[in-house]
Design a protein around this ligand. Structure first.
Ligand SMILES: Nc1nc2c(ncn2[C@@H]2O[C@H](COP(=O)(O)OP(=O)(O)OP(=O)(O)O)[C@@H](O)[C@H]2O)c(=O)[nH]1
Ligand SMILES: [Mg+2]
Length: 193
């Protein structure tokens, strides 16, 4: 997809603030620092529309990005960031759950995992949560540029086995560094719109 226009619409923390449109939405889920914001930027061809940081925990609100007046990407705060207090973590959890369960416009969760490592307990929990609520999920195994191509299949197998992935769920090997997987990711998203 050729992205002509991309803009942040709102940073929301509660449902009243979500954009009042019927446009299809895709929410990014994944560990803090896994590369959710980088995924959005690569997909839309902007270096820094979604905020990226070397510090984990950068994204703290539900950030709605409007793409070509056609769809929204929703950048969601990452989970598993140790330096966040329990109270804060619970508030984030509620905010994310409320959004994922109640948002009719949500077409699929784009769950980002790190191709280099076995998915964490939190990754497994998130995947199970999404499956439990019957929300379609697209898996993106990112940072592929950090391991040699010959090892992708082996790593992919570990990802699938650890998550006990439903064989019907698409999984795309991706790199925000090189753009690997971008076309396949767009084609996959479109099939859910
Ligand atoms: N080499 C490489 N680095 C990546 C890739 N994707 C993200 N990164 C780096 O990983 C770090 C975290 O990326 P972000 O996109 O900010 O991660 P995030 O998931 O949005 O993080 P939070 O907002 O804290 O939850 C940054 O330093 C990125 O440059 C990738 O595909 N390859
Ligand atoms: Mg982020």
């Amino acid at each position: 997809m050729k992205v002509i226009n991309a803009e942040i619409v709102i940073s929301a923390v509660k449902p009243e603030q979500y954009p009042d449109t019927d446009l299809p939405e895709f929410a990014l889920a994944g560990r803090s620092n896994v590369g959710k914001s980088s995924f959005i930027n690569k997909m839309i061809g902007r270096r820094a529309l979604a905020r990226i940081s070397s510090k984990p925990g950068k994204t703290q609100t539900l950030n709605f990005y409007l793409i070509n007046e056609m769809l929204h990407f929703v950048d969601v705060p990452g989970y598993g960031y140790a330096k966040v207090s329990k109270t804060e973590r619970e508030a984030w959890g509620r905010m994310i759950e409320t959004y994922l369960i109640r948002r009719d416009q949500l077409k699929a969760v784009v769950q980002i995992v790190d191709l280099r490592h076995a998915p964490s307990k939190d990754d497994v929990m998130m995947y199970n949560f999404v499956k439990h609520h019957n929300i379609p999920v697209i898996l993106i195994a990112t940072k592929a540029d950090k391991i040699p191509k010959g090892k992708w299949e082996k790593h992919l197998k570990v990802v699938k086995e650890t998550l006990e992935v439903d064989p019907n769920d698409p999984i795309v090997v991706f790199s925000s560094e090189t753009g690997l997987g971008k076309d396949k990711a767009w084609a996959t998203l479109k099939s859910y719109m």
